[in-house]
Ligand binder design. Structure first.
Ligand code: MN
Length: 397
């Protein structure tokens, strides 16, 4: 690293210098709708929540990883460092600490580049080295069987091995970026990774309450495992969206009017199920698309816990609830911390419509689970996920 000056390195990281020798054709994808490759500048822009000293350490970790991966390329043809950068960016979006961002940058360096743990301890300190080491060990686990029981014990082993919850979060960010870019892989490998994601990593994301990631992992896996079914269902949903627009609008207006006259200040928003969850329901019920009626729903955000129950009462006064469909996940949260009131109502045109009622805090936890604890400082870890120790999650599932 000695030859290049500080400024020159900032402007021209090693990966970009290496890229100059390659045709730029595949560098930033774009055409497939993929986001442009991550750069240090794009990561840096996300670090506003950290102090100056942390920025410096993260820049150091980036230089180290950049050097280590120099000359390596992704299947897409991009310099390898774009991958650790993208993973670190996801970790920074969750506002994890500097150690976690640094570990994300270096998560593939030990495995791929012959860097040792003592070397990492020396340069970056034991806590960060421990995270990188944990990630490297997880990488060596290979899951090959499709048996359901096997998948469960593999997930347990993975969670037990991780010890530090940050390791699991970085691992999920790693898998998410790999799935977002999996189209560049050859078909057999692509299918293997998608299968493994659906069997192992999506359920782990779900257990930790990381629902946004859980849904994206499922959706991407489905798309690559069953491209034709995925395309057909996506089309069917788009068509249904068109034909049901009037019903949905009518329900929204009724609901908003009811809340206005009850003087309840709530936010009403539409909610659409993922293509994968519709597919799963069709398979479970051996039903065609036309029989899966509740593909649209609404979400109500209420200012306080008590007002959630008030908001539910307004809904039940407005339309008849479907018996047996009401669930109080506020009083009895799901093991992953999820809280909401669920109910299904019969709309004036006879269609069933699902409603979820919750507060803003419950909503943050519903989307991000354990990551909500870092994302929103006011949310205590015990609310985000009932138990923080991995050995405990294994038991609570
Ligand atoms: Mn990786």
């Amino acid at each position: 690293m000695g030859i290049r000056s500080f400024a020159a390195e900032l402007l021209l990281p090693a990966s970009l210098q290496a890229r100059r020798d390659k045709p730029p054709s595949q560098a930033s994808v774009g055409a497939t709708g993929q986001p442009a490759a991550a750069t240090f500048a794009s990561l840096s822009a996300l670090l506003g929540y950290l102090g100056k000293a942390d920025h410096k350490k993260i820049l150091e970790a980036y230089r180290f990883a950049d050097e280590a991966h120099l000359g390596q390329y992704r299947a897409s043809g991009e310099p390898y460092i774009t991958h650790p950068l993208a993973v670190a960016s996801l970790v920074a979006e969750w506002r994890l600490d500097a150690q976690a961002v640094m570990a994300a940058l270096m998560h593939d360096a030990m495995e791929d580049c012959g860097i040792t743990k003592p070397e990492l301890i020396e340069r970056f300190g034991a806590p960060t080295a421990e995270l990188v080491d944990g990630l490297t060990k997880l990488d060596k686990l290979q899951f090959s069987t499709r048996e359901e029981g096997q998948a469960e014990s593999f997930r347990k082993m993975l969670l037990a091995m991780a010890r530090d919850v940050r390791v699991i979060l970085i691992k999920l960010a790693d898998r998410l970026h790999n799935m977002r870019t999996v189209a560049a892989m050859a078909p057999p490998k692509r299918v293997r990774i998608a299968r493994e994601t659906l069997d192992i990593y999506a359920p782990i994301a779900h257990r930790l309450g990381l629902n946004l990631i859980y849904r994206e992992l499922q959706e991407l896996s489905f798309e690559h495992l069953h491209p034709w079914r995925h395309a057909a269902l996506t089309k069917a949903v788009a068509r249904a969206r068109g034909t049901r627009r009037d019903i949905v609008e009518r329900v929204r207006l009724d609901v908003e009017r009811a809340y206005a006259s009850a003087k309840l200040k709530v936010q009403v928003s539409g909610r659409e199920k993922t293509v994968f969850s519709i597919y799963r329901k069709m398979r479970e019920k051996h039903a065609g698309f036309a029989q899966v009626s509740d593909i649209f729903g609404f979400r109500i955000l209420a200012p306080s816990l008590l007002e959630c129950y008030g908001a539910l009462g307004v809904l039940h006064q407005l339309y008849k609830p479907v018996p047996g469909r009401f669930k109080d996940y506020i009083a009895i949260p799901k093991p992953n911390g999820y809280q909401s009131l669920h109910t299904t109502l019969v709309s004036p045109l006879g269609t069933a419509v699902e409603f979820q009622v919750r507060t803003e805090t419950m909503h943050a936890v519903a989307d991000s689970g354990i990551a909500a604890h870092w994302l929103y400082k006011h949310i205590p870890s015990a609310t985000a996920v009932p138990r923080m120790r991995p050995s405990a999650w294994v038991r609570c599932g």
